[in-house]
Design a protein around this ligand. Sequence first.
Ligand code: OKV
Ligand code: MN
Length: 242
Amino acid sequence: NQTTLFIADLHLSTGRPDITAAFLRFMAEEAPRADALYILGDLFEFWIGDDEPNPLHACVAEACRACVGQGTPVYFVHGNRDFLLGRDFAGRAGLTLLPEHTVVELYGKPVLIMHGDTLCTDDRDYQRFRRITHWPWLQWLFRRLPLSWRIKVADGMRNKSQNANQAKSMMLMDVSQLEVERQMAQHKVELLIHGHTHRPDIHQLTLDDRAARRIVLGDWYTQGSVLRVTPEGERLQRRQLG
Ligand code: OKV
Ligand code: MN
């Protein structure tokens, strides 16, 4: 024991049963042995409401619930894709929803955790999309639309975004170093853990002449990415999907 697990960016969808299988195996075999599991956003490829009757969602909820039932709390931070995941689904899955930026104490050290999209401040178009789709009254309105309308709107938005992203540079889609340092200083931490950029790595930096680190989780498109934090240190691991 004495291990806390972190995952992000699984982008689960019915179109990728291999990722779902890897996640379910992880939830059954590894997660229950940990002190806690943190899911740092984009568990799902898209989310248009807790009322979508999708067998994948029921399956994932059951797997999370079983893990929590065995004594391992599962925390969830919203990603840029599943930001509409709400209290209904969280309740069914036994998930504890966390705010977008949270400082957790891990074996005596304060650690800042987040999805990571708020670090990408150079991508002005994305930040505008984020601001608008997070307006509470617009979310309220969207949630009240018939499911078939929400599916159409969401499909249209994803198609549009896919085309836009192909034109964006790699630099633009990465985090802003200035914003990383700003948020770490604001929360007074020397360790930041996030996902979103799909560039798994452990970055060293200095903040106020002190050594600090930023750990980036990888996505699960071609292999799993799991961060294990113990009192001794951190290990960023990869998992075969098959
Ligand atoms: C998630 C992203 C689609 C990026 C729509 C209000 C509004 C929520 C929504 C619809 C889309 C999430 C919920 C999805 C992320 C995209 C395209 C780009 C960059 C509204 C609140 F405005 F229509 F009223 N949505 N879906 N994108 O398909 O999961 O992250 S989504
Ligand atoms: Mn993301």
